[in-house]
Design a protein around this ligand. Structure first.
Ligand code: CA
Length: 223
């Protein structure tokens, strides 16, 4: 149920950051640097969402978007715009963007925007994920259990979401640390242990367990 994103960004630094940080958050990312490559990849890859820089070297990103919409494509699109260019922003939205984010952006905010846009669209909306009596809602914003919603802090939700999406497979402590680091959390492996400990307590009685795989990490499985 990985969400595939095509990012069109000609700044190699930002493109690398997007690939790294969104990858850590569990998205599958393809990045290209020109409008021409974007058009080719849209056809070849059928992404669930397009992250589109408006200032591209070969053409205006807004033109790509206009063409897409003119062809009847409802693909969710978030425009990336430079700071202090309100005209560009308005142009992007008029051309049919679902949302925009101003550079430099916070990756946690971009993550939230992506989820919100996907939630509003019917594309890339994955099915509910079920393990035991635990359910990760399709928008991945909540986990419910036998007795209703499981009260989780945002950080606990990130950890549990990662474990649920990888149910039956080991998720390393380093991967969980990275997931949290992407939220600008300054944390170590000890902190991960604390979160897992709290989550275990909160999901008791739902027919799943989080197993400690000594020296590696954690594995969520049904009982
Ligand atoms: Ca640019």
């Amino acid at each position: 149920m990985q969400i595939r994103i095509l990012a069109v960004e000609d700044d190699p630094h930002i493109a690398r950051l997007l690939a790294l940080e969104l990858g850590r958050l569990g998205y599958s990312l393809d990045t290209v640097g020109t409008a021409a490559e974007a058009v080719a990849q849209l056809k070849a890859r059928a992404p669930s969402l397009l992250l589109l820089d408006l200032g591209l070297p070969d053409r205006d990103g807004a033109d790509v978007l206009r063409e897409l919409r003119a062809g009847g494509d409802a693909l969710p699109v978030i425009c990336l715009t430079a700071r202090d260019q309100p005209v560009e922003r308005v142009g992007g939205l008029r051309a049919g963007a679902d949302d925009y984010i101003v550079k430099p952006f916070d990756i946690a905010e971009l993550d939230a925007r992506i989820r919100a846009v996907l939630r509003r669209s019917d594309r890339g909306a994955p099915q509910e994920l079920v393990q035991g009596t635990l359910r990760l809602t399709a928008d991945e914003a909540r986990v419910t259990g036998r007795d209703g919603p499981v009260g989780l802090t945002p950080r606990e939700l990130h950890v549990l979401r990662r474990l649920l999406k990888n149910a039956g497979r080991v998720v390393t402590k380093a991967q969980l640390t990275q997931t949290l680091a992407a939220l600008n959390e300054d944390i170590g492996e000890k902190t991960v242990e604390v979160y897992v400990h709290r989550i275990r307590h909160k999901i008791q009685g739902n027919g799943v367990e989080i197993v400690t795989v000594r020296g590696f990490g954690y594995l969520l499985r049904t009982l």
